[in-house]
Design a protein around this ligand. Structure first.
Ligand code: ADP
Ligand code: MG
Length: 305
């Protein structure tokens, strides 16, 4: 859910995204951005199912991050949702609230810029679903992880993740002109000095990023960052390809560290297999696997490793 809200902010061209949570997100998730905002007249549409302002190229050609007009309506049906927004150039901001699927508003409110979304009491409307959530601590850690992953893909955007009263900053990333600086800020400053740049292409599938040197072993099972067309994904095939690339140079009990961006025609990949949108389905998985294994092995070979 945090992922969808951040994706909406990015789609809106935000340069600053602040996230605050309480109770691992169960009590509160607040996301505010300085993006283009939503005109008052469109607020009721934003929370209606299948209302999206982003289709155009058809479902197959998705260049914005979210696309089905599902996020806000589904949140509004299971939690207390409040949406404040001031569209660029608008004289005032407006607010709309949704509780148990029932909208209230829009009415004028105070907000200087962008959009502020608050989700309170997650699943209060469907308590049965609460038991599928993990502990506050584990849910909080998952939120931190997703913010870190998204931050890597958008170095020019400032991210702040804090506790409910903003007293405790959990994660912060200042805008960076280049990606490696942001990567270092997120996963540790030594990574850049101990990684090899990857840049390869096969049949219009491009792979770019950084692969940690086999001798640089600070990683764990969370140190593999994959992006498909700018969107963070966690996918078994991609992880296994990465392991394959390191098979000859890294002990089996070690985890490779890598940040890899795949770019390809959106029609050749489905990033929406799973509702959490982390899994991907490639039209030609063999091609992608071969590209990853081949590019990393070649980079290591060229570096004499
Ligand atoms: P989708 O992102 O798939 O279009 P959502 O349910 O996530 O659907 O959002 C519905 C609509 O609300 C979006 O199409 C967009 O027009 C608007 N919207 C949501 N969040 C923001 C935001 N942070 N800034 C500007 N517009 C937003
Ligand atoms: Mg969305």
């Amino acid at each position: 859910m945090v992922k969808e809200l951040i994706e909406n902010a990015l789609d809106a061209g935000a340069r600053r995204i602040e996230i605050a949570t309480a109770g691992g997100g169960k009590n509160l998730i607040r996301v505010s951005d300085d993006g283009c905002g939503i005109p008052a007249g469109e607020l009721p549409l934003a929370i209606r199912r299948h209302c999206t302002s982003k289709l155009g190229g058809g479902l197959e050609a998705i260049d914005t991050l979210g696309f089905r007009g599902e996020a806000l309506p589904s949140i509004g049906s299971v939690a207390r949702l409040s949406l404040k927004s001031r569209a660029t150039g608008a004289a005032e901001a407006h607010e709309i609230a949704v509780d148990g699927g029932r909208p209230d508003g829009p009415r004028p409110t105070a907000l200087s810029k962008g959009t502020l979304i608050e989700v309170r009491d997650l699943f209060h409307a469907v308590p049965a679903r609460l038991k599928f959530l993990k502990s506050d601590r584990a849910e909080g850690a998952a939120i931190t992880e997703i913010v870190r992953r998204i931050a890597i893909a958008f170095p020019e955007v400032r991210f702040e993740l804090a506790g409910p009263d903003r007293s405790r900053t959990v994660f912060e990333a200042v805008p960076r002109a280049d990606r490696l600086h942001r990567i270092d800020a997120v996963i540790g400053a030594e990574f850049g000095d101990n990684a090899i740049a990857i840049d390869a292409e096969r049949e219009a599938v491009r792979l770019a990023g950084f692969a940690g040197l086999p001798t640089f072993n600070r990683g764990n099972g969370l140190a593999q960052f994959f992006y498909v067309n700018g969107r963070p994904v966690r996918d078994k095939m991609l992880l296994s390809a990465l392991r394959g690339a390191y098979a000859d140079v890294l002990a089996k009990d070690r985890h490779p560290i890598a940040v890899l961006f795949l770019s390809l025609d959106p029609a050749l990949v489905d990033v929406n297999v799973h509702p959490a949108k982390a899994d991907v389905r490639f039209r030609d998985p063999g091609l992608v696997r071969g590209l990853i294994v081949g590019a990393i092995r070649q980079a290591f070979a060229e570096a004499g490793l």
